[in-house]
Design a protein around this ligand. Structure first.
Ligand code: NAP
Ligand code: MG
Length: 462
């Protein structure tokens, strides 16, 4: 798609206040593919004013009509799926098939789910002698990362619009073209002017101005824990509601009764998908010591198969960061069984699919979020040891448990300090709440739990 040289504010593409631009780079070949305006506090202010002005009308719009706009938006994402997938591939570097099935497919499912939820949700209920109303929280400042550029936007904007909120979005600087394509679809879907606004720009400039703006009622942020902490502090000082989807270091627990080959192969695929740039990736594989050598051999073979099929990382900084973690793993005594720190290609921000064996729970690579195609395999002595290792990080976003018997896996999963667990390879569910325990975040996205983040309650007594 052709980049817009303006910002989508109050229903039109208008010029930015300043002249700064962001160059968008294709991470597979390092070519500049377009540029978008780098907005500042003035653009954020214009957008927030537009969102405030549109709020009373949108909040009073019947839920069935809000649902109809969301259904139209979903249909437009379907109609433009090919073009959006190409845009994601161009600015994120993901392989075309992944862009189509996951990067565009999942957001279509999520947009559709909120079209249905907006129509079906009970925004009003009787509790004894009271009527309780669920009212929109107001103007939402949404700040999103680049790793799933469309999904992260839809996971915030769709429930916000379903709830009757208006939105100002600041997408990641690395993937603004997908955000522009989304804004075009919102416009064509007939969403009224000012209900959705897009300000492209840099995090510490436009993002911070949005989080600080007194006209924003809720800041919904997805990204790193370091920035999330800053956003929470800003919101706390202003007594603003905040929703945070942060990092993860999820455990893939393979119990001795599991189908080992399947658990290892699915586990490796989970980590390598999207070049490891997934906050919920199962980056720690936990295997019983008696099955350890077999699991390591299976994982090394599975990772080697990826070879050239893996996309690049999003930018040079992430590539350097991930290679640094691989070097640190070697330095701390872990054993490389696939991949390594060398760049596999001359051009593009590629990192080899990498697997570490002999990883111990205290190592840096077992504790910190790497955000690249790097798997650590740890051995456990017994189930209690596995649980201690699984729960032994500051994070708690996701995880997996594999066992011969589903009930055995469920019993283990219930003891994990984490927000979402896949049992024996369970499938993605767009209605299942997604979000973190511990430092992985505050709040939930998706489904009815995600809708609740954008609502506040009022009770009238009779
Ligand atoms: P990030 O800096 O946290 O970026 C997330 C979003 O916040 C982007 O839109 C970013 O803008 C914006 N931002 C940055 N600084 C801000 C500030 N001071 N105030 C308001 N907004 C701000 O993440 P990143 O630098 O892209 O990635 C770094 C690490 O974060 C990764 O290695 C990974 O560990 C983690 N991460 C996690 C997720 C997740 O889904 N949990 C997603 C992406 C990254 P810019 O784009 O301009 O920086
Ligand atoms: Mg950043």
């Amino acid at each position: 798609m052709k980049a817009h040289d303006g910002m989508y504010i109050d229903g039109t593409w208008r010029p930015a206040a300043g002249r700064d631009v962001i160059e968008v780079v294709n991470p597979a070949d390092e070519q500049v593919i377009g540029q978008v305006p780098a907005g500042d506090a003035r653009d954020v202010d214009t957008a927030v004013r537009a969102a405030r002005a549109a709020l009373p009308g949108w909040a009073a719009t019947p839920p069935a009509e809000r649902a109809a706009r969301l259904a139209a938006l979903r249909d437009l994402l379907v109609a433009r799926a090919g073009e959006i997938a190409e845009t994601v591939t161009a600015e994120l570097g993901s392989p075309p098939k992944l862009s189509q099935t996951v990067h565009v497919g999942a957001p279509i499912a999520v947009a559709g789910s909120y079209a249905e939820l907006a129509a079906a949700h009970a925004f009003e209920e009787r509790v004894g002698n009271s009527t309780v109303y669920q009212e929109p929280i107001g103007v939402v400042g949404a700040i999103t990362p680049w790793n799933y550029p469309l999904h992260q936007i839809v996971a915030k904007v769709a429930p916000a619009l379903a709830a009757g909120c208006t939105v100002v979005l600041k997408p990641a600087e690395d993937t603004p073209l997908t955000a522009q394509a989304f804004a075009e679809a919102v416009h064509e879907a007939g969403v009224p002017a000012g209900v959705f606004n897009l300000v492209t720009g840099l995090g510490p400039v436009a993002g911070q101005a949005l989080a600080e703006h007194p006209g924003v009622d809720l800041v919904s942020f997805t990204g790193s824990t370091a920035v999330g902490r800053k956003i929470a502090a800003i919101a706390g000082a202003a007594v603003k509601k905040v929703a945070l989807e942060l990092g993860g270091k999820s455990a893939n627990v393979i119990l001795p009764s599991a189908d080992l080959a399947r658990a290892v192969n699915v586990g490796v695929a989970n980590v390598m998908s999207n070049s490891g740039q997934t906050c919920s990736a199962w980056t720690r594989m936990l295997v019983h010591r008696d099955q350890y050598d077999e699991a390591v051999a299976l994982a090394a073979a599975a990772a080697a198969k990826y070879g050239d099929r893996i996309g690049p990382l999003v930018n040079a900084k992430q590539q350097a960061r991930v290679r640094g973690y691989i070097e640190k793993g070697v330095a701390e005594g872990a054993r490389l069984v696939a991949g390594g720190p060398e760049a596999p290609r001359e051009r593009g921000y590629f990192v080899s699919p990498t697997v570490f064996a002999d990883v111990t729970p205290g190592m840096t690579i077992a504790q910190e979020e790497i955000f690249g195609p790097v798997l650590s395999i740890l051995a456990y002595q017994d189930e209690e040891d596995a649980l201690r290792i699984a729960n032994g990080t500051v994070y708690g976003l996701a995880g997996a448990v594999w066992a011969g018997d589903e009930a055995e896996a469920v019993a283990f999963a219930r003891r994990m300090e984490t927000g979402q667990v896949d049992i024996n390879g369970g499938r993605f569910n767009p209605l299942a709440p997604f979000g973190g325990y511990k430092q992985s975040g505050v709040g939930r996205e998706l489904g009815v739990h995600g809708l609740a983040e954008y609502l506040q309650t009022k009770s009238l007594q009779f």
